[in-house]
Design a protein around this ligand. Structure first.
Ligand code: SF4
Length: 382
């Protein structure tokens, strides 16, 4: 198996903002396609209706913003603008519907700007519980999922089936298990799997049916023990902050090149936002319960009584990195608010950290490379 070639092909597919693969898939399979904005979507519900859910992570540096600027203020993250531009440039005409949640003000506004600009499209906004620790949070989300199900019944003309949802949960549990396994491999054997490879293998799951993704991940996992290791000196780090807008591929490759041994990151949360298996019994309730009780801490999820910074520092202390690298999208409010609290926890523990900012339209990475290299030197030579 040629993982390098496989990953390069996936990168090309991910970067294709004309979505040739998906258009062909739709024509061939005659299926509906929904697009969801990060971070979270109940994939299992869409899957149980035979709807393919495209994880839309903006357009990277592949698109020129010509129209979207006029719909938003200036100080807004790139993913919101590039997602809008994809719609306004008619590249998403083949998509049957769009799914958003209120992860931040920018994403919430994007949903309603979409509704207004594309009145013929099915645009769904799902409310997530604001205080997950109240006893009503799961029931509330269950009722939101039932609203989504009613919408999908009307759109697809199909009846909801609990058995199909149970089957979808099983397939997605398998997908999460495989993703966790790949993370474990990179944590323990960084010589066998680079961050760029891991990232691309996960992100292609946003574009293809989950069954196909499971098959690819299984084959890669089975093949990895035979791979030639790429040995080099590395510094153990945890990456935090890229939970929504994604860093450019060039930046991910740079992290490998400068010797980051990444123990954990929050790239491409999507399905792996849920950390454990979802129960198959009482499936709608179980999906709601999984969001409330089994998801990773994140700047876009309210955490109730326990501060997110506590979850963050517990994770860091468990992994024992030499440093933390904060990598935030420019103008990402929820991330930058949490940065202030997260860094305080690191300072209390005496753990070094570096702050980096990226945006989709970055072309030059020299400065970031210099910053990381200088930071690593300061760790080595103290
Ligand atoms: S990058 Fe941050 S500010 Fe932008 S949509 Fe995502 S969560 Fe909101």
């Amino acid at each position: 198996m040629k993982i390098k070639k496989l990953v390069q092909d996936f990168e090309n597919k991910i970067k294709d903002i004309d979505f040739k693969y998906l258009k062909e898939y739709k024509q061939k399979e005659n299926k509906k396609i929904f697009a969801h904005f990060p971070v979270y979507a109940p994939h299992e519900i869409f899957h149980s209706f035979d709807v393919l859910l495209l994880g839309l992570n903006g357009a990277g540096n592949e698109i020129e913003i010509l129209y979207a600027d006029a719909r938003f203020g200036s100080f807004i993250c790139s993913i919101v603008k590039s997602t809008m531009e994809l719609g306004l440039s008619n590249r998403l005409d083949f998509i049957d519907g769009f799914f958003f949640t209120g992860i931040c003000d920018a994403a919430r506004n994007l949903c309603f700007v979409y509704k207004r600009n594309f009145p013929d499209k099915n645009v769904i906004f799902l409310h997530l519980p604001q205080n997950p620790e109240t006893e009503h949070a799961i029931k509330f989300l269950e009722s939101e999922f039932k609203r989504l199900i009613k919408n999908l019944e009307e759109m697809t003309g199909k009846r909801f089936s609990e058995d199909k949802l149970r089957e979808s949960i099983k397939i997605h549990n398998e997908n999460r298990k495989l993703q966790r396994k790949l993370y474990e491999i990179r944590r323990n054997e960084p010589d066998k799997l680079s961050t760029y490879e891991l990232y691309t293998l996960l992100r292609i799951g946003n574009f293809i049916p989950v069954e196909e993704h499971n098959k690819i991940l299984k084959e890669v996992i089975d093949y990895i023990p035979q791979r030639e290791p790429v040995e080099r000196d590395r510094i153990k780090v945890v990456i935090e902050g890229s939970f929504c807008e994604q860093p450019p591929f060039e930046l991910l490759k740079l992290l490998d090149d400068v010797g980051c041994h990444i123990l954990d990151d929050d790239f491409i949360l999507g399905r792996r936002f849920i950390l454990e298996d979802v129960n198959e019994d009482n499936p709608i309730y179980s999906l709601a319960e999984a969001y409330v009780k089994k998801t990773r801490y994140a700047s876009v999820k309210h955490s109730g009584k326990k501060y997110k910074s506590k979850y963050f520092i517990e994770n860091v202390k468990k992994l024992k990195p030499e440093a933390v690298i904060f990598m935030y999208a420019k103008f990402c409010e929820p991330g930058l608010f949490d940065y202030v609290l997260f860094k305080k926890e690191l300072e209390k523990e005496g753990i070094p950290y570096l702050f980096l900012e990226f945006e989709e339209k970055m072309w030059n990475f020299d400065r970031i490379q210099l910053e990381i290299e200088t930071f690593f030197e300061s760790l080595i030579f103290v």
